[in-house]
Design a binder for this molecule. Structure first.
Ligand SMILES: NC(=O)c1ccc[n+]([C@@H]2O[C@H](COP(=O)([O-])OP(=O)(O)OC[C@H]3O[C@@H](n4cnc5c(N)ncnc54)[C@H](O)[C@@H]3O)[C@@H](O)[C@H]2O)c1
Length: 390
């Protein structure tokens, strides 16, 4: 496979306009952003997920139940997944539904494995049973790797693993995906089955509209609202922080190229994360929190506190992704640096705090992101059209 970037014949809007797209996990943080972006691209977007996992939720704030074909359903139920595939007849499937919180996976390991491993198998099996040609992107995680915390960025061919149930479930979802691809959707028989399956491993994404428990930004937002210093469990931990739109641009690009060109050189695993850039500092949890607090409180020097250690189960101290393959071969790269990512995230929550129209604000933020991407030479990144004044 050559390392020269794929050009793709289309922009995102050209690729997704009028396409039938099924998003599992559309009621969650990333799923709601992705559905919103796809709607802006003119796709026919259908969802399949449990109810929004948080209250409030981005799904409710954006009124997505009125804009897309919303359906509550459980990926642990193969028949229900199959029915949804029958109804939607998807040309593209983004599988994001998951039990997504490491700490919850310690208290509910069986539910985590059932949702994340069996749920992934059910999505692929429903497509296999129906012989439905489509592009499938299985979203796993940067945590799917055997992370020995050796201070190196993990690349796609590093061993899979996972010490806690969440990480192990995502490693297992990768293995299930590869097994389905090799057994049922092999590259050499693409003309016959028509299914292109890739997986995406993104780092810790941040952005407005996340209210999950035990995630850094929502924890900070809640603490600031209560006038309390945020409590950090692992302030020294290093994570591949990126704006949610940077990760989603990678997912959309991969699906766009598979729609344009078929699976060759694409139906495999892909990392999406910040690049190793001397101008871009690798931030610890504590440093990122400092930046968010500084921006949120206009420099009034609010600080954080370290959480009592016995309460915290193990979470990796060091996790970085090597995303050079996606840069070289997909022509993708992160667009917003840490400073802009923090700025846009804080702007979103402030706007919400001031009771802004979050659907318009979110669409405008996607447009701003696309404009930044275009300016940086990523001409394929397109988003919602601005509504024309009458
Ligand atoms: N947010 C991050 O930083 C991050 C990082 C790496 C990977 N991921 C992965 O990205 C995906 C989306 O993450 P998110 O942050 O939006 O998570 P989220 O928790 O906000 O949303 C999860 C979604 O999955 C749905 N869901 C959960 N269990 C389900 C079930 N049994 N059946 C059907 N739907 C179910 C929820 O209803 C929700 O729509 C997940 O696969 C997650 O593991 C997220």
């Amino acid at each position: 496979m050559s390392d020269s970037p794929r050009r793709g014949r289309s922009s995102l809007a050209e690729a997704f306009r009028d396409k039938s797209v099924l998003v599992t996990g559309h009621t969650g943080f990333k799923g709601a952003w992705l559905s919103s972006w796809l709607l802006g691209l003119g796709a026919r977007v259908a969802g399949f997920a449990l109810s929004p996992p948080t209250e409030p939720s981005l799904f409710d704030k954006l009124g997505l139940d009125r804009c897309m074909a919303h359906r509550i359903g459980d990926v642990r139920d193969l028949e229900a997944v199959g029915q949804r595939v029958d109804e939607v007849e998807p040309e593209v499937v983004f599988h994001l539904a998951a039990q997504s919180i490491v700490r919850v996976s310690y208290s509910e390991p069986i539910e985590t494995f059932a949702t994340n491993v069996l749920g992934t198998a059910h999505v692929l099996e429903a497509i296999r049973q129906r012989g439905r040609p489509c592009v499938v992107l299985i979203v796993t995680s940067d945590k799917c790797y055997e992370n020995r915390e050796q201070k190196v960025a993990l690349a796609e061919d590093d061993p899979l693993g996972g010490r806690d149930p969440y990480s192990a479930s995502k490693g297992a979802a990768e293995i299930v995906t590869a097994a389905y691809r090799r057994s049922f959707f092999p590259l050499g028989q693409y003309e016959a089955h028509g299914v292109a399956v890739a997986s995406a491993r993104a780092g810790n994404v941040i952005g407005g509209g996340d209210w999950a428990t035990d995630r850094l930004v929502p924890d900070i937002v809640r603490a600031v609202a209560e006038g309390q210093p945020p409590e950090l469990r692992h302030p020294e931990a290093v994570r591949p922080w990126q704006h949610v739109l940077d990760a989603l641009a990678g997912y959309l690009r991969l699906a766009q190229l598979m729609l344009d060109d078929g699976p060759s050189g694409l139906a495999e695993a892909w990392n999406f994360g910040p690049l190793d850039d001397p101008a871009e500092p690798v931030l610890t949890v504590g440093e990122l929190t400092d930046r968010i607090l500084d921006r949120w409180t206009d420099g009034s020097r609010m600080t954080w506190a370290a959480a009592p250690q016995p309460a915290a189960p193990h979470e990796a101290r060091y996790l970085r992704l090597d995303a050079r393959k996606a840069v070289a071969r997909l022509g993708w790269r992160p667009v917003w640096n840490v400073e802009r990512t923090v700025d846009e995230t804080v702007r979103w929550y402030r706007e919400d705090h001031e009771r802004g129209d979050m659907a318009s604000f979110t669409a405008a933020q996607i447009r701003d992101y696309c404009a930044s991407a275009q300016r940086s030479g990523l001409g394929w990144v397109t988003g919602p059209e601005r509504r024309r004044a009458r």
